[in-house]
Ligand binder design. Sequence first.
Ligand SMILES: *Cc1c(COP(=O)(O)O)cnc(C)c1O
Length: 418
Amino acid sequence: MQRRRAAPVSMTCTTASPGQPVVQSIDVARVRRDTPGCEQVVHFNNAGASLTPAPALEAAMAHLRLETRIGGYEAAEEAQARHAAVYRSIAALLNASPEEIALSDSATRAWRLAFQSLPIPPGGKILTTRASYASNFIAFLHRARKDGLEIDIAPCNEAGDLDLEAFERRIDERVALIALTHIPTNGAAVYPAEAVGQIARKQGVPYLLDACQSAGQRPLDVTRIGCDMLSATGRKFLRGPRGTGFLYVRRAFLNRLEPPMPDLHSATWTAPDEYRPANDMRAFEMWESSMAMQLGLGAAVDYALDIGLDAIRSRVQALAARLRERLRALPGVCVRDTGTEQCGIVTFDMARAAAEEAKARLREQSMHVTVSLPSHTLLDAMERRLPPMVRASVHYYNTASEIDRFCEAISRISSRDA
Ligand SMILES: *Cc1c(COP(=O)(O)O)cnc(C)c1O
């Protein structure tokens, strides 16, 4: 069956010079019309939760209405084909196969299930970086205490990029897992997922990628990245509803895992003293889930695929670069982003206004950001001596004029004008 598509987004093609791939440009007016929230707010909190496009909202609402009309179980039966298409959409996003996808209610749950499923003997090491997301690192600490594991932090160079040679040198026979955060929650840096994948393959070490901030923001191809497991959330750059996420596990890697939460969906009770775990990705799901939200996620993924992830990445990077440039020109504003390759997340602080205060003042003007606290990425915050920062994260439906308005507001806040 064909992947189900949201209403097509019309696109114009820029003329490409010979030999260059044709870069699709985004019909911004159209995507803004599809995003009712654009009329109300300047939403620079896409790394927190993006504004959902109308087709994703409608897919979720239609199912909720169906549940109301005929009952939840009956609605699930009627939506079976559409629900199966959600797996195909996510697989298309990742260049994976639908059988390699499990749906989840968050990135953390998906990531955690993968992490907990991987047997690691006492004394085994987890190799990670200072960009680790708090929840992931808390899970490392939890298992370090419970199972006697060690955590090893690979260094970054002065530019803030991962030192790949040092990374590879740290691999010995005790390293049982490479756990990388593709894009940290607190800044622009894009970590070299593919180069790490090459090292992981060469050294034969399992590789778990947290793609929470990259999914929907840039192309992701699990065969090129070479990861064994990947997790992401629905609500961030993918623009799906809250309470959604997914896990990818490479087919040949699945039998290495022991999923920790079997229920009657992820296992079958076969005898009074026996059950049989599912031998596919259902092993990571539970029976109860929000089909409406998952259908919304599927529609959001289709929407992103229709626009094209290359086009999304280009526009997001261009908008973020403009935002950084404008902010750097403002006195008393310190842009904190590092990394040779940068994404749509922009972080900064101000000499004369605290991040929380700036967020509140912006909110009064219907401009949305969030505050990135040191405890969200503690290792990075300690190494770079980061204060609480304003995190402004742009998406392709944002505009240059929104950036200009935003920077005017920041200029007033930072100079403590009314
Ligand atoms: C937001 C985030 C998560 C957690 O996603 P949830 O859906 O809230 O569980 C994990 N990793 C990174 C890098 C994030 O930014």
